[in-house]
Write a protein that binds this ligand. Structure first.
Ligand code: 5GP
Ligand code: ZN
Length: 114
């Protein structure tokens, strides 16, 4: 059993504001939102980061993309636009070592990121 914040959210040991769930993924609102819409999508299986994915995870990864698209639509940011972000490792700014994707929208997002 993983001692990981997101695994604890999956096991409901830590509450979350869930927006979507199926057998492969869970999506919930970020506790510290950086935009009016800030949702995290995670695989239910513990994968530490994008560095750890392999060919066997391709179906999961494409599923996450489709879920992200649907969540954007349901949260009314599909038309105005949004960003799907994966922070990987120290320089990427990853703070939770469980693969996750941020959906950010509801405001104009700056580029390049800091
Ligand atoms: P990272 O910096 O690793 O890319 O993103 C981790 C994100 O998880 C951060 O935006 C942070 O606010 C969010 N986060 C950390 N702990 C929790 C939690 O317990 N609940 C929720 N909903 N979000 C969390
Ligand atoms: Zn985990």
């Amino acid at each position: 059993m993983e001692d990981c914040i997101f695994c604890k959210i999956i096991r409901r040991e830590i509450p979350c504001d869930k927006v979507y769930e199926d057998e492969k993924v869970l999506a919930f609102r970020d506790i510290n939102p950086e935009a009016p819409v800030h949702i995290i999508i995670i695989p239910k299986r513990h994968i530490a980061s994008l560095n750890e994915v392999s060919k066997e995870d391709l179906e999961l990864l494409s599923h996450i993309l489709l879920v992200a698209k649907n969540i954007a639509s349901e949260n009314k940011i599909a038309e105005t636009g949004y960003r799907l972000v994966n922070n990987c490792g120290t320089d990427g700014g990853q703070t939770v070592p469980h693969l996750h994707f941020h959906i950010l929208g509801g405001r104009s997002l700056g580029w390049p990121p800091g």
